[in-house]
Design a protein around this ligand. Structure first.
Ligand code: AMP
Length: 118
């Protein structure tokens, strides 16, 4: 398992409440939520980014992961009001944890998609 905080959560080394779990992924609340709902969907496999995951993961891992993102949106009651999914990769996106994950954010008006340059 990856030596990141998420690898340690998946292995159980760091305790965390799973909002969702299947054979290939988990979902947890973000420790520093940016909105009333801020969930991280994390594949159990060791992938760094979307590019790594989409090229190296098996078809079933990719299918289960996408289903998990949808399930989280449903479980958290976001379908009617809307939500945003995003994944950070690398320096420009300020990725902090180098174990692939998708943020599912909602529960309020999220504003424009990307902060404009001032
Ligand atoms: P990213 O910049 O996309 O890599 O985001 C990493 C996210 O992980 C941030 O939103 C953090 O608040 C979140 N995070 C870091 N440590 C934990 C943790 N132990 N449990 C839940 N979320 C965490």
């Amino acid at each position: 398992m990856s030596d990141t905080i998420f690898g340690k959560i998946i292995s159980g080394e760091i305790p965390s409440e799973f909002l969702y779990e299947d054979e290939h992924c988990i979902a947890i609340n973000d420790i520093n939520p940016q909105a009333p709902v801020h969930v991280l969907v994390i594949p159990k496999g060791e992938y760094i980014s979307m590019v790594d995951f989409s090229s190296a993961a098996s078809d079933i891992e990719i299918v289960d992961f996408n289903r998990a993102v949808g399930e989280v949106a449903k479980i958290k009651g976001l379908i009617e009001t809307g939500y945003r999914t995003l994944a950070n990769h690398g320096t420009n996106a300020r990725q902090d944890v180098f174990h692939y994950h998708v943020h599912v954010v909602g529960g309020r008006d999220l504003g424009g998609m990307i902060k404009k340059e001032s």
